[in-house]
Design a protein around this ligand. Structure first.
Ligand code: F3S
Length: 779
């Protein structure tokens, strides 16, 4: 498998700077006191910015904020829009680190690869033009529509052992299959890396997953992560890195490990990683990166790419791969794991129809050469028995390289022979880009080899139950058409009346004839030079893209704030009741098309949030309304009125405000309408940081009962913020609030707590992190 038909890549920009990383790690060890480190710690800590200055108090996992310098940024076409709009307003002429853009999310599956691609390019032309022109201007590698899915391309081209990368997509950790740390973030975090600003992360806990034994029969790496998701649940990995170790890691393929790392996102893990293995070396060589493999070999000899002996994990999970059974997870949540042997009775117990309506394989999770050859093995067996799939069988190749290689090796033909439709190299049905004509509004069950299965995710139908399984289990079940079918034990009757049973599938991890690049017209120029004269294409009348105006600072000249370094008097817009996720704050679905247009997308602000005063959804009170205005209106409408009146405002919110995702629009939108402060019973951490980045002050009630004492129309003023900003009082209780009730009642004070670091206070003072970065760059 060492032979490669791909040309050797220029590896200078993709080989991690191992000597520099090792030197930095040695400094960190000296500063924090030498102790055995896990692999994840080694990679993370070797990327700490100025450790001597920033680690004065050592490192405590789960507590210390680390200032990190990632080596690369990858962005997909949906999230890249806001990331680039923010980067553009930072005022830099080029990116501080290599970066790439991948056109994959905006391609809709309907009729098959070619037509779908053509149609989606027309529908999204202005977004693709914008992304391409921005890429040209700033020297970013632009992977055109048709090139493939971000995570597969990153694995094939950029990932390398020991590297730290940020990606604007939650499945960025896929690249952990190559023994690195790849972390999914929002656009504002990507801008940190793109501008060379240290990126802040609270030192994660490290969960060790000790693997023994060997996968066999029908069990695949997908089953390992499906099983683990069942154990850990969707929250079990929060604030943690999953670090796999033990003998069971070393006999797995690199792409298999990538599948496992990919779905670490499903348990909420920051990312996942593995020690350097022979499989990783072989994969690097087969994908034209022998020099990276050679450098990694050397780094591994110094111990950099594996944990130290006696390294301590916060928790250890033991898994014996030899005992692992294929697993099916779902419906509607990726942590509901059922072993294949029990799945039939699970379906029966729930009273679901024993009927499969479609089978889908591929996506960024499972479209490796190994996956495709294993599936082709089943296809061959079935064809010989005279069988065809009983339900629509869709296959999404992860990249042009995979598509072209499986076509050359006759795998595509074998799949088509048994009834498969091969879709474009893009996300397609995995992200709901599936024009499904059957089963509308009907309860039905699909099986996929994807990673997520929330309601409506694939076909927009809330009644479609999506079960996640390995590509081989999905394929085998497509021939039976029944959910209760267990390919390990059950037979299918062939057209000639015989009984047929599959033998366990076998795949090849790498192609014997090497990979082939396929259509190189989809590929970018490697390491392009910025072309500063390029004009970034945004049509003045565009409804999908809009340049970002910097948010004004709340303080100082021109702010109109009479209170100096205290926030101006803020009117409370509403008191939000109960669960308020980033989906409640900035809904997805049809609003996704406005991701690059802040004015348009802000029309969805909090539209599914409940107002605690009255209990209604999407209702806010406007106590200062004019005679021509109504007293109540939708939340975005009232927020818009406040903005028009230059009335800065605050929100009072409940527990775990902003849980769910890193969606930065949930912070950008309130800020856009003039929100300056949010006071919560508690915040979800990532969202709290996103608010800080956009210049919104998040505060926590010291006494949670105070939540109910503040209502719409009340005026809230900060006391002590000036002292905090000026460094005269650095306590987390430096700020208090003075509340003047709307109804003329007596003003009272409320104690609050803040979590602002020294850097974050600079963002607040400047109006946003971006304003601060811009000022630094200008200086
Ligand atoms: Fe795309 Fe689905 Fe992966 S949306 S990036 S294929 S998780």
């Amino acid at each position: 498998t060492e032979a490669s038909s791909l040309p050797q890549k220029d590896c200078s920009s993709i080989t991690p700077p191992y000597p520099k990383l090792l030197k930095n790690l040695a400094t960190v060890r000296r500063v924090i006191g030498d102790r055995p480190l896990t692999l994840a710690e080694k990679i993370l800590y070797s990327h700490i910015h100025e450790p001597e200055r920033t680690l004065a108090n050592g490192i405590k996992r789960g507590e210390t904020y680390l200032q990190l310098k990632p080596e690369r940024v990858a962005m997909q076409d949906a999230s890249a829009q806001m990331a680039l709009l923010q980067f553009m307003s930072a005022g830099m002429s080029r990116c501080a680190v290599p970066a790439s853009i991948h056109c994959d999310h905006l391609i809709q599956a309907a009729e098959g690869a070619e037509k779908d691609l053509e149609r989606s390019i027309v529908t999204n032309q202005e977004v693709f033009d914008f992304l391409e022109s921005a890429a040209r201007k700033y020297g970013i590698e632009f992977w055109k529509p048709g090139s493939g899915i971000i995570h597969q391309i990153v694995l094939e081209n950029y990932a390398a052992p020991g590297m730290l990368m940020l990606g604007t997509d939650s499945h960025t950790p896929n690249a952990g299959g190559l023994g690195m740390l790849a972390i999914g973030v929002g656009g504002a975090d990507a801008v940190d890396a793109l501008t060379g600003t240290p990126w802040e992360l609270k030192a994660p806990r490290i969960i060790g997953v000790h693997l023994t034994g060997q996968l066999n029969g029908w069990a695949t790496p997908k089953d390992l992560i499906l099983h683990l998701a069942g154990k850990l649940t969707v929250r079990g990995g929060t604030g943690s890195i999953l670090e796999y170790f033990g003998p069971g890691v070393f006999n797995q393929s690199c792409t298999g490990l990538a599948t496992v790392a990919n779905m670490g996102a499903e348990v909420g893990a920051t990312t996942s990683t593995f020690p350097y293995t022979p499989g990783m070396r072989a994969y690097l060589q087969a994908t034209g990166r022998a020099p990276v493999a050679a450098a990694a070999d050397k780094a591994a000899r110094s111990g950099f790419l594996s944990p130290d002996e006696h390294a301590e994990y916060d928790e250890i999970i033991q898994i014996n791969l030899s005992e692992l059974e294929p697993t099916i997870n779902g419906p509607f949540t990726p942590d509901l794991a059922t072993p294949l042997s029990k799945f039939g009775s699970f379906v029966k117990e729930n009273g679901w129809k024993d009927e499969l309506s479609a089978a889908l394989i591929g996506s960024c999770t499972n479209s490796s050469y190994e996956d495709m050859t294993s599936v082709a093995d089943l296809a061959r067996q079935a064809k010989q028995a005279g069988l065809k799939t009983k339900v629509p069988f869709l296959c999404t190749p992860g990249s042009e390289q995979i598509r072209a290689t499986i076509e050359r090796d006759q795998i595509t033909k074998e799949l088509e022979d048994i009834g498969a439709t091969v879709l474009a190299n893009a996300c397609g049905p995995c992200i709901g880009q599936w024009k499904r004509e059957d089963k509308k509004g009907e309860e039905n069950a699909i099986l996929t080899s994807f990673n997520r299965n929330f309601k409506s995710r694939n076909d927009g139908n809330r009644l479609t139950m999506n079960f996640l399984a390995s590509p081989t289990v999905v394929t085998a079940m497509a021939f039976s058409g029944k959910l209760s079918f267990n390919p390990m034990t059950d037979s299918i009757t062939t057209p000639s009346g015989e009984s047929f049973r599959f033998t366990p599938p076998r795949g090849k991890d790498l192609p014997e004839a090497g990979f082939t690049a396929g259509e190189t017209r989809y590929y970018p120029t490697p390491t392009p030079e910025p072309q500063p004269e390029t004009e970034v294409v945004i049509r003045p009348d565009s409804q999908r893209l809009e340049r970002l105006e910097p948010f004004p600072s709340h303080f100082g000249e021109g702010s109109g704030n009479p209170r100096g370094l205290e926030l101006p008097p803020l009117k409370v817009l509403m008191r939000v009741r109960g669960k308020c996720t980033t989906d409640h704050i900035s809904a997805a679905g049809p609003w996704l098309k406005y991701k690059g247009h802040l004015t348009n997308i802000s029309e969805n602000l909090l539209i599914t949030a409940v107002n605690d005063e009255g209990g209604d959804v999407n209702v806010a009170f406007d106590h200062d309304h004019s005679p021509s205005e109504s007293e109540t209106d939708t939340i975005p409408a009232v927020a818009k009125r406040f903005k028009a009146r230059n009335q800065p405002w605050a929100l009072i919110v409940d527990e775990n405000y902003g849980e769910g995702s890193a969606r930065e629009h949930a912070a950008l939108q309130p800020r856009f309408y003039g929100c300056a402060m949010i006071v919560a019973r508690s915040f979800a951490r990532i969202h709290e940081t996103n608010l800080k980045k956009q210049g919104v002050l998040p505060l926590w009630f010291v006494d949670k009962a105070d939540y109910g004492r503040i209502g719409s129309g009340d005026v809230v003023e900060t006391l002590g913020l000036a002292d905090l900003l000026e460094g005269r009082n650095t306590s987390d209780r430096a700020i208090r609030l003075r509340v003047t009730p709307r109804n003329g009642g007596e003003a009272f004070e409320v104690p609050v707590r803040h979590t602002m670091s020294a850097d974050q206070l600079k963002w607040l003072r400047a109006g946003s992190a971006l304003n601060y970065i811009r000022a630094q760059i200008a200086a």
